[in-house]
Design a protein around this ligand. Structure first.
Ligand SMILES: CC(C)(COP(=O)(O)OP(=O)(O)OC[C@H]1O[C@@H](n2cnc3c(N)ncnc32)[C@H](O)[C@@H]1OP(=O)(O)O)[C@@H](O)C(=O)NCCC(=O)NCCS
Length: 175
């Protein structure tokens, strides 16, 4: 377990997959994600099997919040694309349980995964990509300490429109 103040990160189990299928088929949740086609249970199982073959440091983690003494799964996060020579990784997050948005869990998760990346994995740079039309995510990342590094113009396309993709990062020296 990676323990935070109000939440913890744990390994994802096969039994968790139906939760992910539900979250990832919700248009509001997937608005900020790269997915654009309906997702089946079979596809999610394939994702899970492939995920287990990744290096342990790159496996996705379940976010569980302390809900009056019970651990409640609300989403996932992961470091990926680790480059051990440059000591760099990308981070992604989804809080699939919409009833838990805007309560600081995304910010706390990012702070926890930054701590894990810098202090446990000894990384030097952690970055992310976020769509221009995802102000909630951008605000959460700013609160966690990520800085805007640059933008990829019209690098995303959804609902008939192009939008920019912003790169945000944190260096170990800024942690
Ligand atoms: C993005 C996500 C991780 C953020 O997590 P969260 O727990 O909702 O975020 P937090 O509560 O920590 O912070 C959200 C901040 O955005 C603000 N916010 C919400 N909607 C906003 C909007 N439309 N414009 C500007 N700010 C907004 C909130 O008020 C809060 O800021 P505050 O604490 O200063 O008031 C979560 O909403 C999520 O997983 N969404 C679906 C998947 C997704 O988009 N993932 C990110 C892909 S890059």
């Amino acid at each position: 377990m990676i323990l935070g103040e109000r939440l913890r990160l744990r390994a994802i189990e096969k039994e968790d997959l139906p939760l992910f299928v539900g979250w990832l088929n919700d248009p509001e949740v997937r608005h900020g994600l790269a997915l654009y086609l309906p997702l089946s249970h079979a596809e999610e199982e394939q994702w899970f099997d492939a995920m287990l073959k990744r290096a342990p440091e790159e496996r996705a983690l379940m976010i569980e919040i302390d809900n009056d003494g019970e651990w409640l799964p609300v989403g996932n996060c992961s470091l990926f694309g680790l480059d051990w020579r440059v000591r760099s990784a990308e981070v992604g997050i989804m809080i699939g349980d919409k009833s838990r948005w805007n309560q600081g869990y995304g910010t706390e998760t990012m702070r926890l995964i930054l701590q894990h990346g810098f202090e446990t994995l000894n990384l030097n740079r952690i970055f992310l990509r976020v769509y221009d039309d995802n102000p909630r995510a951008r605000r959460a990342y700013e609160k966690a300490g990520f800085v805007h590094e640059g933008s990829l113009r019209q690098a995303h396309y959804k609902y008939g429109n192009y939008s920019d993709v912003h790169i945000m990062s944190m260096l170990r020296a800024e942690w």
